[in-house]
Design a protein. Sequence first.
Lengths: 566, 485
Amino acid sequence: MKSRVVIFLLVIIFAADLPFDARAQKGPGKAAVTFEEVPPGASGITWVHNNAHSQERFLPETVGAGCAFFDYDNDGWMDVYLVNSGASDFYTPAVPIKNALYRNNRNGSFTDVTDKAGVAGGTFGMGVAAADFDGDGWVDIYVTSYGRNILYRNNGNATFSDVTEKAGVAAPGWSTCALWFDFDNDGKLDLFVSSFVKYDKSQITLCTDETRSRHYYCVPRLFKPSPSRLFRNNGDGTFADVSKASGIADSPGKSFGAVATDVDNDGLMDLFVANDTMPNFLFKNNGGGKFEEMGLGAGVAYSEAGKPRSGMGVDAGDYDGDGWQDLFVANIDQEFFSLYRNQKDLTFADEPGEIAPATQLLSGWGLKFFDYDGDGDMDLFLANGHPDDMIEVRLPKVKHKEPLLLFDNGGAGFRNVSAQSGAVFSREFSARGMAVGDFDNDGDLDVLVSVNGDAPLLLRNSGGNRNNWLGLHLVSTRSNPSAVGASITWQAGGVRRTRLKTSGGSYLASHDSREVLGLGSAPKVESVEIRWPSGKVDKLSNLPLNTYVRVVEGEGVARNGAAAAK
Amino acid sequence: MFTALLKYPYPHRSTFASLSGNALYGQLKAAAPAVSRLAVFATLFAALVTPAAQGQESPSVKRIEQAATLIRDNRIAEAELQLNSILKVAPNDAAALNLLGTVRAKQGRLDEAETLFSRAIRADKQLVGAHMNLAYLYLLKRAPEKTALELKEVLRLDPDNADALHKLAWLLLSQGRLDEGITLIEAAEKTNPLPASLLAMLGDAYLKKGVAAKAEESYLLALDRQGENPDALIGLGLVSRAKGDGAGAALYLGRARGVITDSPDLLYKFAMAALNSNLNGDAMAALKRAIELQPAEPSYHLLLGITWLRKPDLQEAEQAFRASLKLSPNNPSAQMHLGYTLLKQKKFAEARGWLEKSVQKDTGTPESFYYLGLIAQEQREDEQAVKLLEKAIQLAPSFANAHIALGSTYLKLKNYPRAQQELEIGVKLSPDDSKAHYNLAMLYARLKDNERAQAEMRIVERLKSSGKGQEKDGDASAPSTPSPR
């Protein structure tokens, strides 16, 4: 743990050397906050996703792939990881297909360091989850696949080692989303892996149109469900598969998005998992290593008519500021997306408001609650795209490529602000994974979208930092290294807000682990309180504005803890 | 000239029905075509001339003829001068009074027209044309009872008056006075063989009464009189449908479609029958053609919207309902349908606006209150939702969806006993409604009775796999499709 602290101090020194300043205007901004695409020529991210598209249309082709913001070299700047397809039992690439790791050059551009880092993958990749699973101060990555998953341990010298077998987390089959969280509050990061359907070459079903002249992507209803996996971290680089013992495996699903959150505020992280053509799962953590699936009673499993929908992306966040975690699920076209308001008694009410009509014809994957404009409220970004590339033949109003959407939370519900939030919202994509992170360290959160069969989108937030902000990098000493489950309460301008540090969310993606607190126009942060998963509470005061600070569990703000002051 | 004037176009039955201003014949309330006032006056004018002319001697006959010609040529002011000059000399000239009444009606001065027609009748009780005109006028004034009285008087004076017979039969059936209508037509048939149109109308009456065999007999007789009478063919299609003979229904409706070419009213009627026989594509095509022919008819757009709901294509349905409301902004049925369509798209604020407009004009449609209840439920106004849903149930105690929605609202309110009560009523009324079983499952899950919860979900699954549940999910809450009969 100590080494992690030292490393971070070094990071801070580097990070103080800031390359650019997006804070053109201070105070409460009236101009729209926009997301500007950073083109490959400027970002250096020239990697393109290969979806292995075939005439047979094997289902895994249309499901991937994911992306991550994470800091692999501990320099305080978000690097980028992108997942690609690869060899599988139905696909043999003509040339090797690689995942990609891009190092942040701290000037808005990135350098491909995949080969040097040794994280090219080689499986038919799906998603990625980044976290320091072994607590050595370096962020590791877990790549899910159709086939074998890979756990890359960060060696701390810009290289990684594949430790999958030793760790026991290969989880063969078809894994989709993964997330790191500490379900038993033992201070170590455990691993949840969503499993999609049972699918292998010997059982592959191919679907054709009425004339049998063309294949299309099969509806997952045709395939059998598969239980997701839960791995308990043994703390020695190995994991125990507790899927059965925990009760997770009692509920086979066709699982995509997953988020770890605490829906009943009992200090134990629960899991909300989206299923495609099956009821969603809400695994309530009952403690003692046991989960209870209670999606039906909670009202988050089915549509209001009792129909299972095609759940894909999910997230959790307290959008209404009542101190309780709400949930979001994106479904396929005509099914509407669901915004589940937590009714504080393990039941939820589906109240999507303006989001519903805007998404009626869309299919959602990557999505995230985050405060894009620094006003303190959790906004919502949605990345969409229909999985069937021939959908327009059957349903002309539904498009294969779909627009991104941004909803602003004004405190009284979500408002669609896509039209005024940048030219990228007028374009259409086959978006899948979506990660959130502040890649330029300017205090507003940027977005990375992976696109099926195409180049990813790096979207720079422009103007989100016109409001004041405070970035927190939580460094655990007793709690899990990602501080998942930490509750942050802050007061600024007389307004008190709370945020739970969740894990996962979105789709096949992993996010910047720092928390950026939006302060609005408040001239100072009056207080910050961090309730760590271990139970420790740190109360902070006299905090700087518009900077990242490092907060060490039990110690408060670290000396020289200010970083990235703008 | 008078002969020519007599050949006024007889308004099609649905047009005639719409003149009453109500949803009349066959409960076509949702979609009864309207007719322009001008067309009615043209009919009025034509109806009065011949009897008037027949009752006059020269030279006044000649002057009456001139006035009639002026009216026909829409030279109203000149006609009025001519008629006034006649009446100056002969204030009780029945024919002149009748024609002047027509002039007033054309001017929209209906009360004066009524006075003039009444004076004409007082002057000449045998003046059939004046009685007919008064009958039309009462239709315009939304007084169907008085219309019927006048038509009966015409038939008393002139038992062979086919127009009056047709109109009276239609009016009676429009008002749901089926037995009276049937008696009227059957009595007339005993005297003289009736035209196919009246026999088809008789078939419609029997069909509406649920006497399919008699309906079929009447339609077949109509076909004997007129080989491919479209009304009879449509009726036979519906009889086949009622007998569960889908193929037969498709066959008859196909024949009907073959003979209906460019009559918007018949296309509309055909569409409604096709819709009720689940021939949605045929209904759609017919309505599109009807709209091409008569784009300003709101009821065609309304039925087109209902057809789109069947697809279902909510966006197209919304467009059609908006088109209907643009032409007829105050139609509560169109307002309700648009509200429902917006509700299904979760555009709650606008949906509420249209539904509230609808219930202001029509407080007797339980669906409107049900939809408003659903919106209140969505908007976290649960107490209001309870009130609205209870209102819907008050209007229609066996409205299963309203009971289920009420149960679901109580579930949200954590009033589990009331939730269970309402949901169980819902299941009793509509055993194949998957939403009811799902809500019961959720209720039992919350009560920690997992066994019963799973049992209910198994029913949901069973319904889904049998197709019943899915069908219900799609359409259970939709406004009922207008009945063609």
